[in-house]
Design a binder for this molecule. Structure first.
Ligand code: MG
Length: 419
């Protein structure tokens, strides 16, 4: 156990070294405090623009796969954000029914109060859809800040615009080891990507597999072919009980895989903690966790070695930063979850360059169809990988524009302050 702790501590220290941007590192004081909504003890609320404006309009353009949000202030300025992908039309309805009245007429300057109010006023409707809706509005307010201050969001958060190294993330459980090796090798050689993640087990699969023996074939095949030249990660998407996860984890270690994501059903944080304690590789997780009190428990145990909060499942930028700050106090790195090429990857990029405990690489999907095809039609400029790094847009706000052609084909809804 002592050796394991030493290895993990060393790994975390190395992980964090050289990745600390301008943002202040939170204090490590351990005094008991009853802080609301995931604030660390010495939390500083965001104060990006001067008070005095009012939000007068919230518009959504929604389709089932993704939805775009525009907020307008009483000075006529606008900010654009995005609701999380998948069933985004449901989230847009929730936005107009459960969030809009809490935001309209309020001052966008106090974004902490605004986000907390949306959560607390919806106490009977906790988390998922309410936070997806809030995430759309909140990211639009950050864009509004950027337009007002004429700065990219990353800088408003205390970071600097700079390309971020990525890992190529496979989403496929139907692919064979041979084909996965072929595409990882090609991307390594053509795009300079030095880290890759592949899938093991089955999503919420109760120890199952895509076909019998696939996980072993993948780990042995892909690990043997690439672990010497690349950093390799796997994702089990809530598949395993701890006993099976530890068995798989030891095989991962034997084949040079260095990160094991979401080994157990994510809601069973004690199961995940058991796996984390038993293995030497890094265990990561948290993409679905959207309750900041649960995040406090996750980092306090700690259940994982790396946290992966999703900015849009969690309700936006500031709630993601709060999760990152809680992790930073425990010396745990944070890599915001960004599993598709819609705006979540842009948001994660800006956050990565601003938090004090950013991990070494951001997730970047290598799949081109489905939602990623939508992403290419949704906004511009599109994301590009150069020498294994993802360039960050540097114009004010999020640095991208939503395309009229996509917006014209979406369902439009508006809530106004006077309606
Ligand atoms: Mg994942």
């Amino acid at each position: 156990m002592q050796r394991r702790n030493f290895l993990k501590t060393s790994a975390s220290a190395a992980f964090l070294a050289g990745t600390l941007p301008a943002c202040a590192v939170p204090s490590t004081q351990e005094e008991k405090a009853y802080t609301h909504q995931g604030r660390i003890n010495n939390y500083q609320k965001f104060s990006v623009i001067d008070p005095g404006l009012k939000i007068t309009g919230i518009e959504t353009w929604s389709r089932p796969d993704v939805a775009v949000v525009r907020v307008t202030a009483d000075n006529g300025m606008e900010g654009w954000g995005q609701i999380s992908t998948y069933d985004a039309d449901i989230s847009a309805t929730v936005l107009h029914r459960k969030i809009a009245s809490l935001v309209l007429g309020s001052d966008p300057a106090d974004i902490d109060d605004l986000a907390d109010r949306c959560v607390e006023s919806n106490l009977k409707f906790p988390w998922s859809y309410v936070l997806r809706a809030l995430g759309g509005v909140e990211t639009a307010i950050w864009d509004l800040y950027g337009k007002i201050r004429q700065q990219p969001v990353c800088e408003l958060l205390g970071g600097e615009v700079k390309a971020v190294p990525i890992y190529g993330s496979s989403m496929s459980r139907s692919i064979t080891a041979e084909d996965e090796i072929e595409r990882f090798t090609r991307l390594r050689d053509e795009k300079g990507i030095k880290s890759f993640k592949f899938r093991v087990g089955k999503e919420a699969g109760r120890n199952g597999d895509a076909w019998p023996g696939r996980t072993e074939e993948m780990v042995k095949g892909v690990g043997s072919a690439l672990a010497d030249s690349c950093t390799m990660l796997v994702d089990a998407n809530s598949c395993y009980t701890p006993d099976r996860a530890i068995e798989v984890g030891k095989m991962l270690q034997d084949y040079g895989i260095s990160q094991f994501e979401e080994p157990c059903p994510y809601w069973e944080i004690e199961w995940t903690a058991e796996v984390t304690a038993a293995l030497n590789l890094r265990v990561s997780g948290g993409e679905q966790d959207n309750d900041l009190a649960q995040w406090r428990r996750i980092v306090s145990i700690p259940a994982v070695d790396i946290i992966q909060p999703d900015p849009l499942y969690l309700g936006g930028v500031l709630r993601t930063v709060r999760a990152a700050q809680m992790a930073a106090e425990k010396g745990i790195p944070c890599v915001p979850h960004s599993a598709n090429l819609c705006m979540v990857t842009v948001f994660a990029l800006h956050i990565m360059r601003a938090i004090p405990n950013a991990g070494p690489y951001l997730e970047y999907t290598i799949e081109e169809g489905g939602i990623n095809q939508t992403a290419r039609q949704l906004y511009s400029p599109g994301l590009e990988i150069v020498d294994g790094r993802l360039d960050m847009p540097s114009s004010p706000g999020w640095g991208v524009e939503f395309k009229k052609e996509w917006l014209d084909k979406a369902d439009y809804q508006v809530s106004n302050a006077d309606s």
